[in-house]
Design a protein around this ligand. Structure first.
Ligand code: F6R
Length: 602
């Protein structure tokens, strides 16, 4: 959610900043901007919409020589996506880019206006620039002014600030929003995630919460509570993987096709013979764990819901899934013996991270299931299992979900085994199914073609209901979420057995029901629920491994006797369905309106 880059050095600074932003664009694309400080003068450019507009606007701008610069790609929180609200924001001497939310900006703004500051934007960020100028006038010294600015603001932030009178320097601050610094010779790079630094820097300093400081060609000074810090650098991956579309129309499409391979990688080294192991989970780690609480947002929450069925069924352990933003404020009671599992693709989702911190504070054991090593969530949790999906660029999550559910399935088996809840026979059948998952996730061209053709009948109408039972209920929620995100059509996921308790009132020929109809579990019960809808003339698309002549359309999958294999088959089908509907509607599948990857605001 929003992306930040910064640079101090002697390279072609515009290109460094723009290529850094390119790596982060999927995190926010309402507007983009950059500011370059050279010889006491700042050049600033902003453009509404995708990064390409900023690239066009700066086409004739080519600064050379030593300079410092900051840049930002925005997902709007305060104020519309206009040029005025685009970052960098400026005061008299200060130019600022910021990720996060300044919670006390209204009161700060009022005070600053009374003392003469002129605000032009509707953003919370602009207060940082005026505050800095204000303290600079008071204290007469930039470092002290920046320190006071950081003391005065509340909320979540990653901030870079240029002072027009301080050539070659960038001030920075971080709280609850990621920010890292890389150094190569005399060049210094800033970024809000690894991607802009990978391939340029070998390592990065991941700033801790409440850190602030400044950097110039000769030093990087980091402080926390006025105390100098010596935050060590950690290695970065050597190469950027998965960042190209490789012939696919969209990153999302490529990522759907990759699921089979990445799930294979998720399993690698974790299944040996008929047993499961995670190197990340030490011998005694699960001792004393008597219940599981899974907390996440969005698609990751759907993985958590799916896992609860698996944990209770396979490991015979109480498991409960919660939405992180709800968990945080409901004064939840955590019991001794609970393992608190957070699930996050990005590892930076603000609500999930804060829920994790609450759990740690309450003294319970925490485990992160995450796709991004070194992310805030991975660093915060007692231990972490990486999902190995590779970089996920499509804003609508696909392969992350596939790998999350696989890790959780494996974990259910591991816990079940340690608790003595799984017979050798069941374990062996589960492992066999796990080994077949990669095949179930393979996209069959004929299915994709069929979906492409079928979608022309599913563009209009007054809404979609995705229905399913058991693990197919969270999958129905996920199907509806995928469709909403990229097609902008209204869709709901519902437990199939619950339709008759109200929502069936909506049923008519213009209501599209996408029915997830497995063979392996609750087959007849699901069929009855679907027939109730057919009786009310709902237009029905059945996704099933079996014939179902009552359906208007059948999207065939390979039937299986294992529900998780049908789950994966259907997962691919609902992802492709959403993709092809969005394509027909002419939408930008990878960067859907109003969304951004990695939600670092609460
Ligand atoms: C949906 C989607 C979001 C994320 C949610 C949590 O396609 O991507 O719903 O799942 O914002 O993000 P992570 O998993 O990064 O914590």
């Amino acid at each position: 959610m929003c992306g930040i880059v910064g640079f101090i050095g002697n390279k072609e600074i515009k290109n460094v900043l723009l290529s850094g932003l390119k790596e982060l664009e999927y995190r926010g694309y309402d507007s983009a901007g950059l500011a370059v400080l050279q010889n006491g003068k700042i050049d600033i450019f902003k453009a509404v919409g995708k990064l390409k507009n900023l690239v066009d606007k700066t086409a004739n701008y080519a600064p050379t020589g030593f300079a410092a610069g900051i840049a930002h790609t925005r997902w709007a929180t305060h104020g519309k996506p206009t040029e005025i609200n685009a970052h960098p924001h400026q005061g008299d001497r200060a130019f600022v880019v910021h990720n996060g939310i300044i919670e006390n900006y209204m009161s700060l703004k009022e005070t600053l206006i009374k003392s003469g500051a002129k605000f032009v934007s509707q953003t919370d960020t602009e207060v940082i620039a005026h505050l800095y100028d204000h303290f600079l006038r008071d204290l007469g010294e930039p470092k002290a002014a920046f320190a006071r600015t950081i003391e005065a603001i509340e909320g979540a932030y990653a901030i870079l600030l240029l002072d027009e009178a301080m050539d070659g320097a960038i001030f920075f601050a971080k709280k609850h929003s990621p920010l890292e610094i890389g150094k190569v010779g005399g060049e210094i790079y800033f970024a809000s995630s690894d991607a802009p630094l990978v391939g340029i820097c070998d390592s990065a300093i991941y700033l801790e919460d409440d850190s602030w400081g400044w950097a110039n060609a000769s030093e990087i000074a980091i402080f926390k509570d006025k105390e100098p810090q010596n935050t060590p650098a950690k290695p970065l991956p050597a190469t950027q993987t998965g960042a190209q579309k490789e012939g696919f129309r969209f990153f999302m499409e490529k990522e759907i096709y990759e699921q089979s391979r990445v799930v294979g990688e998720t399993i690698m080294g974790r299944v040996a013979g008929d047993s499961v192991r995670f190197d990340e989970i030490g011998e005694g780690f699960l001792d004393g764990v008597s219940a599981l609480r899974l907390v996440a947002c969005g698609t990751s929450y759907h993985a958590a819901m799916t896992a609860c069925y698996l944990f209770e069924r396979l490991a015979k352990i109480e498991a409960r899934a919660e939405i992180a933003s709800e968990f945080r404020y409901r004064e939840a009671i955590l019991r001794e013996g609970e393992l608190f599992i957070v699930i996050s693709q990005s590892g930076e989702t603000a609500d999930t991270l804060e829920a994790l911190k609450l759990a740690k504070k309450a003294g319970v054991l925490t485990l992160a299931i995450c796709n991004v090593d070194n992310s805030s969530i991975v660093r915060e949790a007692h231990t972490a299992i990486l999902t190995r999906a590779g970089i996920e660029k499509g804003v609508a999550s696909t392969k992350a979900f596939a790998t999350q559910t696989m890790v959780l399935w494996l974990l259910a088996l591991l816990i079940g085994d340690r608790r003595g809840a799984i017979s050798a026979d069941l374990m062996s059948r589960e492992i066999m199914a796990i080994r077949k998952s990669a095949l179930a996730l393979q996209v069959r061209e004929e299915t994709h073609d069929l979906i492409r053709r079928m979608t022309k009948r599913y563009l209009y109408g007054h809404g979609f209901f995705y229905i399913g039972r058991d693990i197919f209920y969270p999958l129905a929620l996920e199907g509806a979420l995928k469709l909403k995100e990229i097609s902008y059509l209204h869709a709901e996921g519902y437990p199939a057995g619950e339709m008759k308790h109200g929502p069936i009132a909506l049923a008519d020929a213009e209501l599209f029901t996408i029915a997830l109809m497995p063979r392996a579990i609750l087959r007849e019960k699901t069929r009855s629920n679907v027939e109730e809808l057919i009786a009310r003339d709902s237009t029905l698309l059945a996704i099933s491994g079996e014939e179902f002549p009552l359906a208007d359309d059948l999207l065939p999958i390979a039937a299986s006797d294992h529900p998780m294999l049908e789950f994966y088959e259907m997962m691919v089908a609902i992802q492709l369905l959403a993709l092809e509907i969005a394509v027909r509607l002419g939408n930008d599948v990878d960067m859907p309106r109003n969304l951004a990857k990695s939600v670092t605001v609460e």
